[in-house]
Write a protein that binds this ligand. Sequence first.
Ligand code: PAF
Length: 281
Amino acid sequence: MKIIDGISRMQTMVKIIKKEGKSIGFVPTMGYLHDGHASLARSARAHTDVVVMSIFVNPLQFGPSEDFNRYPRDFARDEDIARRAGVDIIFYPKKEEMYPARYCTYVDVEGLASGLCGASRPGHFRGVTTVVAKLFLIVKPDMAYFGQKDAQQAIVIKRMVEDLNMGIDVKILPIVREKDGLAMSSRNVYLSKVERADAAVLYESLKKAGEMIEGGERDPKKVINAMSDMIKTKPSMRVDYISIVEAKTLKEVDAISGEVLAALAVFAGNTRLVDNVILKA
Ligand code: PAF
């Protein structure tokens, strides 16, 4: 496995790979890898010739009072997980090279990025789409892999790729969960013992939504209230939002029909956790 920390070295490597007629599978990450990331890399390994994973904690997608400085970082651990998942190249660019002082170009996906997490985290998706566009232009992948856990991010990135004719096949892979259902996330490491145990209620509440819709409930407000009541039974959890939206457009629904996304963000202390399920009425 190669580690490349310079943009021009990465671009040279990409030219060589393309010249050899090989396909590139790309897994963008912010590091502190877990099995969710490894599953993306394994899928890239199975479907493309060369697997590139980027590890870059992107300052642009963090708000001023968010956790950029304390975001968990452990390169040696990441290296080991990436190697075992079949990654060929880790691209590990430096903040100063990605965003030099003169930097002033941004990518904004309007509308889709404004609700759900976009409403709670202004500027977050602008940061995500800007860094992903830059990484795509550097790595030039044939296929790129993202997790369903960040459902809105997945939809926003797919739209960016389509709107800007990037010609990249974007694959969204299922959420990988802990035994008690908690979605794997690099931020789970922040949780205290109590918060970690209580956090299982997030997936429980999403399952409850599924049961209610399966049982014929079509009023999103009733489903959201039931989920909220369930989460409130855990004092360490504080709901940021719970939404039921059209799965493809992320538009709020008055009545549940077709495919909907039940999505939530919940604070456990200062840690913001997200999760979602796609449900069919
Ligand atoms: O999902 C993430 O880890 C990040 O948002 C991404 C896509 C790597 C961009 O920084």
